[in-house]
Design a protein around this ligand. Structure first.
Ligand code: AMP
Length: 192
């Protein structure tokens, strides 16, 4: 694992621990010599994450659509900044460049990005591991809901494979040793 894509809020969130966790993840990535791939913004948790990784000597690749360049204020101090034509291109490039995915707390954009990489994996488009950094229990309601998608028969346990940890080092350690995720939705359907 060399590059980790992080999805997170373009806002700071209501509790100071969210910003603190974004900074801690940025520092931890740099310390582990892992390149950060993210949405290229300078605001919210996104900006705090990138600033912390850069301050700790890490490499940071940002990917931002031209339309968001002003709203999210593209970070001008990154190792690489790709300004792309659309949100779809942004997500594809971020996913292609990364070896694993992490979601820090965030809003709809973060959730959409996380669910897209999980569904792409289910369709066999990639086999990369993914995890939630569950800061202050933020993701507990989502984890409970995802468990119900399994008990209610819409997903099989092995198809989810979403690692959860409250600590950046622990989550990165798990993702670094996670085997490729080979479960495909449609292959499974023929086995039942
Ligand atoms: P949020 O979690 O809503 O603060 O958004 C986090 C990041 O996701 C920001 O860079 C947003 O630009 C991005 N984002 C917002 N909406 C979408 C979307 N529909 N698809 C992909 N990314 C999005």
């Amino acid at each position: 694992m060399k590059r980790v894509c992080v999805f997170c809020g373009s806002s700071d969130g209501a509790r100071p621990e969210y910003l603190a966790a974004a900074r801690a993840l940025g520092e931890t990535l740099a310390r582990r010599r892992l390149t950060l791939v993210y949405g290229g913004a300078s605001v919210g948790l996104m900006g705090a994450l990138a600033d912390a990784a850069l301050a700790a000597g890490g490499q940071v690749i940002g990917v931002i659509p031209a339309t968001l360049d002003k709203k999210e204020i593209a970070h001008r101090g990154l190792s690489e900044l790709h300004v792309v034509d659309s949100m779809h291109t942004r997500k594809r490039i971020m996913a292609d460049k990364a070896d694993a995915f992490i979601a820090l707390p965030g809003g709809l954009g973060t959730l959409e990005e996380l669910f897209e990489v999980l569904t792409w994996r289910l369709l066999g488009i990639h086999q990369k591991p993914a995890g939630l950094l569950d800061v202050g229990g933020y993701y507990q309601p989502l984890i409970t809901f995802l468990e119900s998608t399994i008990t209610e028969g819409f997903l099989r346990k092995e198809q989810l494979q979403l690692h959860v940890a409250a600590d950046a080092d622990a989550l990165l350690e798990t993702l670094a040793h996670a085997p490729p995720v080979l479960v495909e939705k449609w292959l499974d359907r023929t086995q039942t």
